[in-house]
Write a protein that binds this ligand. Structure first.
Ligand SMILES: [Zn+2]
Length: 209
């Protein structure tokens, strides 16, 4: 299995291809590749992304079948089942890079900001649980000057939510803590820009990366 740093390099290169509209032949689901995947998988990165239809993870990193272990949930939140999925991939496949991938104009983050400012009571309990996961990461921002600038507030809130999810993975699981300590597992936070297609790895990336 490749190291977290190498995996990060691959994702960066793949995203550069995506931004410039180039598609690698390796990213296609050819019959040969499909056959290779039957025997097993060795995904080189785990990506916890948002369900938003505009952020198709394999496409924005120009990767193909067998490359990425992807978990998608509205607002890229971290609850037990997401932690369990990351643990599974890291233990089972030896994957050493975990990326929490948020994105600009995230509807789940926006809904949370709205709920904090103008609470409603008619939200379903299940939907509320998503808002409840995002709330602690963003509510502090409403006590700052950002509350006067909705666009800036939204931008900061997306990144704060990514940082919170990444921290929950770094500190919310004995399995992952152990892998971070002994196996150089790396958890980083990133933001996909709907406007440019670029992924910015802004949280937890070692200086050399
Ligand atoms: Zn989203």
């Amino acid at each position: 299995m490749i190291s977290a740093q190498e995996a990060l390099g691959r994702l960066r290169e793949g995203n550069r291809r995506f931004v410039s509209g180039v598609r690698s032949p390796d990213a296609l689901m050819s019959p040969t590749r499909r056959d290779e995947c039957v025997a097993g998988q060795e995904p080189f990165a785990v990506i916890l992304g948002c369900s938003d239809s505009r952020v198709p993870v394999e496409l924005v990193f120009d990767q193909g079948p067998g490359d990425l272990f992807v978990i998608r949930v509205a607002g890229n939140i971290v609850a037990s089942s997401q932690i369990g999925s990351v643990e599974f991939a890291a233990e089972q496949f030896g994957t050493r890079l975990v990326v929490v991938l948020g994105h600009t104009r995230c509807g789940a983050v926006q809904a949370t900001l709205e709920e904090l400012q103008w609470p409603t009571e008619n939200r379903s309990r299940n939907l509320s649980s998503i808002v409840d996961h995002i709330r602690p990461a963003v509510q502090g921002l409403l006590a700052t000057e950002l509350r006067r600038d909705p666009e800036a507030l939204a931008r900061h809130a997306v990144r704060a939510n990514v940082r919170a999810s990444a921290n929950s993975l770094r500190q919310g699981s004995e399995v992952l803590e152990e892998l971070i300590r002994t196996e150089d597992l790396l958890v980083v936070g990133a933001e996909y820009s709907l406007e440019t297609g670029t992924v910015d790895f802004f949280d937890g990336v070692p200086v050399s990366g």
